[in-house]
Design a protein around this ligand. Structure first.
Ligand code: NI
Length: 229
C-alpha cells in the first residue's frame, strides 16, 4: 500500500533553477501530501527528490525540514522522512489544545484587526458557502481561521496554530464527505467574524470554543464508528 507509492509516479520531473529549488520542492510535496496523492506512511527520500528535480540534496533537505516543522512529515528511525499520520486517537487532546492556543490568538489579534482583515475573513466564508470540493473546504477553513488570528503578536503561537490547522486540513480532505460537518460550522464562522468585527473578544472566544468542541465531537463519533465501537 503506502510503501508501493513511488514519488516519481506522483511528482512530475522538472528541472528547477537552484535558487527556486527549496521553495518549489516544498510546495510540490506539500500539495501532494495535503490532497492525498502521498498518503501517510509514504517514504520521502532526499536522493529520489534531488534526482527528480535535478538539484543537489541541500535544498531538498531544507524543504523536508520545513514540511516536518508543519507536521506534514515526520522522521522515523531507519526509514527517514515519511508522510505523517492524520489526526487520530488523540483528536480530543488536539482540539483541547487548539482551544487554548486559538483563544490566546484571538485575544491578541482581535483588538488589532482592521476592516480589510474582517472583509478578508468574510470572503473565505463566502467561498466556503459555494465550495463543494473537500480539498478546498479544508484549505478555506484554515485560511478563514488564520485571517482572524493574523494580527497576534506572538509569531511562535501562530506557527503552532498553523501546524494544527494543517493537520486538520489533511484529515478533512480524507474524511469530510463521510462526516457531515456541514452548515453547522458556517453558523459558527459567521458568529465568530461578527464578534471579531465588534471587538467582542470574550464572545469570539466563546464561539470558537463551541466551534472546536463541535468539530472534536463529530470527529470522535466518526472515528468510533470507523473502529466499530
Ligand atoms: Ni472552522
Amino acid at each position: 500500500m503506502a510503501e508501493k507509492i513511488k514519488l516519481s509516479n506522483v511528482l512530475a520531473s522538472e528541472q528547477l533553477p537552484a535558487h527556486q529549488a527549496r521553495g518549489v520542492i516544498e510546495e510540490r510535496l506539500r500539495s501532494a501530501i495535503l490532497d492525498g496523492r502521498l498518503p501517510p506512511g509514504t517514504a520521502v527520500r532526499q536522493q529520489e527528490i534531488a534526482d527528480l528535480y535535478g538539484v543537489s540534496r541541500m535544498p531538498v533537505r531544507e524543504a523536508l525540514r520545513q514540511l516536518e516543522a508543519q507536521s506534514l512529515l515526520k522522521v522515523e528511525m531507519h526509514k527517514g522522512a515519511v508522510v505523517a499520520p492524520l489526526i487520530g486517537e488523540d483528536a480530543v487532546d488536539t482540539y483541547a489544545l487548539r482551544v487554548l492556543l486559538e483563544s490566546e490568538a484571538l485575544r491578541q489579534s482581535i483588538p488589532l484587526l482592521d476592516a480589510d482583515d474582517i472583509a478578508n475573513a468574510r470572503g473565505y466564508i463566502q467561498q466556503l458557502e459555494n465550495e463543494t470540493s473537500h480539498a478546498e473546504i479544508g484549505r478555506l477553513n484554515r485560511l478563514f481561521h488564520m485571517a482572524l488570528y493574523s494580527k497576534a503578536s506572538n509569531q511562535k503561537l501562530l506557527r503552532l496554530i498553523e501546524n494544527e490547522l494543517n493537520e486538520e486540513e489533511r484529515f478533512l480532505r480524507f474524511h469530510l464527505s463521510s462526516m457531515g460537518l456541514g452548515k453547522l460550522t458556517q453558523d459558527d464562522h459567521n458568529a465568530l467574524v461578527d464578534a471579531a468585527a465588534d471587538k467582542l473578544v470574550d464572545e469570539a472566544i466563546r464561539v470558537l470554543e463551541q466551534h472546536l468542541n463541535n468539530g472534536s465531537r463529530v470527529i470522535r463519533n466518526y472515528l468510533d464508528k470507523q473502529l466499530g465501537r
